[in-house]
Each structure stands twice: as C-alpha cells, then as structure tokens.
Design a protein around this ligand. Sequence first.
Ligand SMILES: [Zn+2]
Length: 458
Amino acid sequence: MRTLIKGGTVVTATDQYKGDVLVEDEKIAVIGTNLDIEADTVIEAAAKYVLPGGIDVHTHLDMPFGGSTSADDFETGTRAAAFGGTTSLVDFAIQYRGQTLHHAWETWMQKAEDKAVIDYGFHMIMTDLNDQTELEMDALVRQGVTSFKLFMAYPGVFMLDDASIFKALLRTANNGGTICMHAENGGVIDVLVQRALAEGKTAPRYHALTRPARAEAEATHRAIALAEIAGVPIYIVHLSAAEALEMVAEARDRGLPAFAETCPQYLFLSYDNYEEPGFDGAKYVMSPPLRAKETQDRLWRGLAFNDLQAISTDHCPFCMKEQKVLGRNDFSRIPNGAPGIETRMSLVYDGGVRAGRISLNRFVELTSTSPARIFGLFPRKGTIAPGSDADIVVFDPNRTITLSAATLHMNVDYNPYEGRQVTGATDTVLSRGRLVIDNGKFVGRPGSGAFLKRASRS
Ligand SMILES: [Zn+2]
C-alpha cells in the first residue's frame, strides 16, 4: 500500500523544503524531489504544507468529573482531533483511591480500544500512593505508560501531600518515568472558594477570582523545588500565569530540567471572558482559570524562547446544557474544562506563525516534535523522516475558516472561540499511512488507532 504526497512544502522542527513524500504501509519510506514512483493514492499538496501530525499530550476523553462525564468519548474526541490535524494524543487514566494503577490503565484502555481513530497513549493520574503503587509505577513504565500526573489542587479528590509527591518523584529517578504536575495550591484555593460562597459570590467569574495567579506560581515553584531535591526532571501541565512562568524560567536558567506546556485558551482568551453576560462565563470555567489579557504576550514570549516547550489542549468538554448548568447557583459546582482538541493547530498557526510571534518550525516543534521528545514518542512520531510513522498533515496556510460549534466536530454545544476567523487549516490527514481525513471529509475507522507504548527517559 503506497501513498505519494506530491509537490508540497515539507516542514519539520528544523527544515523547510519542497519535496515529495512516499508512504509505504504505515511508514514514511522515501522523501525526494519529483519522485517518479507508482502509488495507490496520490495526494496533490502544491501550495500546502506537509507537516508531522500534531501531538496533543493533554486530553480528557470520557472522563468522570464532579458527577458529570466529559462530553467527547474516544470516538468523537479522536475524530475531532484528526479533523484539526492531530494524529496522536496522550490522555489520562485515573487511579481512584483504593484502586491499583493497573485497574485504572485497563479501564481507560477499554474506553479507547474500539473507538479511537488515531493513536493514543496514557499518563497515569495517581491519587493514592503506597509501597504497592510505587512498585506498579515501575511496571507501568516498562509497559509504555511512562508518565504520571499528580495534583497539588483539588483536596479530598486528587490532591497529594508533599511527602507523597516527593516519593513519586524519587521513584522516577530510578524507573525513568516523568512526573507531570497540576500546580495550584489547592488548600489556599479551597479556603478562598468557601469564603466567596459564604459571602454569596456564586457567579462563574468567582472561579477565577478564587484561584489567584500566585497560587499557581507557589505550587509551580514548590513542584520544581521538590524535583530538584529528588534530582529528576519535572513537567508542569497547563501553565497559565506569568508568575508561574517566571518560576519555570528561573529554574531553567539555573540549568534544571524543568519543562512546561501551555494551552491555546491561555493564549487567546482572558479573564474578560468570565464577565460575559448571564451564565456564559461558565463556558470558560477550567483550572487554572483564564488570566489577565496582558499574560498572553508573556506566554508567547515563553514559547518563542523555549521557557515553554509544548502547546497541548487540556481538552475536557462539558455541555452548557445539563453539565455546566450544574453550577448555575454555585461556581464551584461548574464542571471544570473546555473543548479544544480540534482547534489547536489552526489557532496556533494563525495567532502564532501568521502574527509573527513564532516561526513555522517552532510551530511544528511546539505542537508535535517537542511533546514527542518529552514523552518518549520521538522519532517514531513528531517528524517527517524515512522510518517514522506516516502521521502526516496536509495543511493549507491560506484557507480561512470560522470556528463555530455548528461546524466543528467536538461533541459539545458551544465553542469558546465562536465566530473567530483563523487562517490556516487542515485538509488531509494520514495516521500510520491510512487516510483519516481526505480533503476535509472523515474517512477513518473507529478502532484503527493503536495504543502507544512510550519510551522511558534514557
Ligand atoms: Zn487536564
């Protein structure tokens, strides 16, 4: 089975050149100019970019949260991802208290197996750390679940104390795993939330006003300090605040292996969205919350100068109807999360590359190559090279689309960017050589996505 992508501009994290790409079965076989080779399928890519498929290392499909479940399952969520030019994701399996890590992993494998249309891996969320769990961490790393997410927020649900966090960090020094941290001071936030509610402050904007930037910065600093003491790398998820970015930058300037991602919502939306009329602010209730508009420039600079290494989505959609509305009279009951799995590549291309904030190569690096490197998928994923998986996006840099819940494919009844026009859109997508999106039409098959056994740190 051969597919030839002809006449496009191939872009990786380091290169940009006109070339043809020959795909044989699941792999990229040959790259050259004017390739004269018979193929079963020919894709014309003149005036288009040929990019490595996007890699989104932070999604929550089919995830129970506060009495609701995120609205996209592994079928609708991975299909929407493919429409947007993403060909791999790393989702989160959750260990609930009293359960084993393997039980959690099996549960999430079952959610994905027959449904995913693109490849997927898992981080393991740990909420209960004991001697047995630590042994299980080693086994999971060997089985390709090589990263573990811990929470410094949500006391009583997900939050771990510093001793447990430190033990988990120490364990990764030996087993080659990576700790991912949700860095917000959950104890402080809980006090602020209870005080606001007691004062009758129940509107969505109080979600943001009770989660100050300094609470994120404090936890980010503490997480990095604990990792420094343990002598291991750390990855901060969904960094939103300039104050937290300063902590990462300071650590990196000292030579520490501190890494962090941000998300499109922190680059394109702001606190002002919480002030939208009625209950509309609930659309943007996520943790950490949207920050002051000035923060956006700081985050873009962090992305340009490598204090931030990845852009993921934290895709966790809840419908306004029946889900977000649970918090109509109490912001603390609004399910946390927003949709984004489908809009990442176009938003970042338009607002990053076209706006002159990052280069085209850096765009590829932030949305694909760097997350592949950090999470043990490179060079199988994250680049266009002979021998790599044929996860390829044909991207039209000149096509303008209007983002709207009515035309996007995520299973949710609103879009946080409703009406926004972006230039740069995905035309055609290959996942391990199979056409998944053909000129804007879905031609993939549920269950064809495979579990990604990821490598540990070497
Ligand atoms: Zn998340």
